[in-house]
Design a binder for this molecule. Structure first.
Ligand SMILES: Nc1ncnc2c1ncn2[C@@H]1O[C@H](COP(=O)(O)OP(=O)(O)OP(=O)(O)O)[C@@H](O)[C@H]1O
Length: 335
């Protein structure tokens, strides 16, 4: 057990009101090791936030135990827990008039106390946290004057300043644009490796999670959890079935969800490189499916030559050539 930073045994999470109890997920036997970035995924309402709040000691477990190192989270005083686990919740930035440096410095309060000033060591850690989260450039700005993305990174810096073995972030990418989402995910991945902390994030970024997570905890609607590497969960079909909805299909070969309705026609497409990749995307968008079978009714090729790209449609011995993707798609539609 000592190898685990965090582990749960037969943990059930949910809500109690009077004599009634509503179990949301469980029993969960989960483990987090040092240096791991874990992505907690699951459809809306599966219980991700409930689990995070329970792991962080913000709400009691219905059953079972959460341990960090060897300590039972439910038995720790808040001041002891604050040295073990830092938590960043979505929309947690209500910092009013504070400047960024002061907010990040608040991460040191479990060590310095509210009234204690920062020691030399505290200052060193705050500086490290600011640099690691890449927020040096707005360290003197008021938190209220930052964008959501900048705030999110400042909250991460505060969590780093708290210097706990476990960091948990609830939907850290919720308000970010795509480049910022990628940047934050990459940063979390790198931090987990460099600091040997265990980082858990809940997210709806399925494709990014598949790329960066060391482990995925996939909460299902029935309250159970599937655990594994991204590749394992995709290849054994668990990932696909957890997000199964009519008309939404997960494509194992590309790791993406198809959002297009299929026309029932399939195309065998030959060709490599960027032009072939984007031709495949255009075909999917137009409702075709792609097949590996050369005997498909529709057979085509994308050819990159020095003169440019050409698209060929083949039927029997006849080959028709088009010089733009648009003309190629028009011709295909007439077949
Ligand atoms: N305070 C509460 N009391 C009772 N039930 C609650 C409470 N908060 C949430 N729930 C219910 O618990 C279930 C899990 O909710 P939770 O917010 O943990 O899901 P989630 O996976 O984080 O969802 P989302 O992806 O939509 O954020 C839902 O059915 C929700 O309605």
């Amino acid at each position: 057990m000592e190898d685990f930073l965090l582990h749960t045994s037969d943990l059930s999470v949910g809500y109690k009101s009077g004599n009634t109890q509503k179990s949301v997920a469980g029993p969960l036997n989960l483990t987090m090791k040092a240096g791991e970035l874990i992505c907690l995924l699951g459809p809306n309402g599966a219980g991700k936030s409930t689990l995070i709040r329970t792991l962080a000691g913000l709400q009691p477990a219905l059953n079972g135990i959460v341990k960090i190192d060897t300590e039972n989270v439910a038995k720790l005083k808040p001041s002891q827990l604050a040295k073990k686990l830092s938590l960043v919740l979505t929309d947690s930035v209500k910092a009013g008039n504070l400047d960024v440096f002061s907010l990040v410095s608040l991460g040191r309060y479990p060590y310095s106390g509210w009234l204690g000033g920062l020691s030399k060591e505290d200052k060193k850690i705050v500086k490290w946290a600011i640099e690691s989260a890449h927020v040096e450039m707005f360290v003197n700005r008021k938190v209220s004057q930052l964008s959501d993305g900048e705030c999110q990174k400042v909250m991460l810096a505060r969590a780093l300043a708290q210097d706990t073995p476990v960091i948990i972030l609830d939907e850290p990418t919720a308000h970010l644009d795509l480049p910022s989402r990628i940047e934050l995910m990459r940063l979390l991945h790198q931090l987990a490796k460099e600091t040997s902390k265990g980082i858990l994030i809940s997210t709806h970024e399925l494709d990014l999670a598949l790329q960066v997570a060391d482990q995925i905890w996939l909460l299902k609607k029935d309250g159970s959890v599937a655990v594994g590497s991204p590749e394992e969960l995709v290849l054994n079909g668990i990932f696909e079935s957890a997000f199964d909805k009519a008309g939404v299909l997960f494509d194992k070969s590309t790791g993406t969800f198809n959002i297009h309705q299929n026309t029932g026609k399939s195309v065998f497409l030959e060709g490599n490189g960027a032009a072939a990749f984007w031709t495949k995307r255009a075909l999917l968008r137009h409702g075709y499916s792609l097949t590996d079978s050369a005997s498909a009714l529709l057979s085509a090729e994308v050819r990159d030559t020095q003169e440019g790209t050409t698209w060929l449609i083949k039927s029997g011995d006849t080959i028709e050539k088009r010089d733009t993707m648009e003309d190629f798609l028009l011709l295909l539609r007439s077949r």
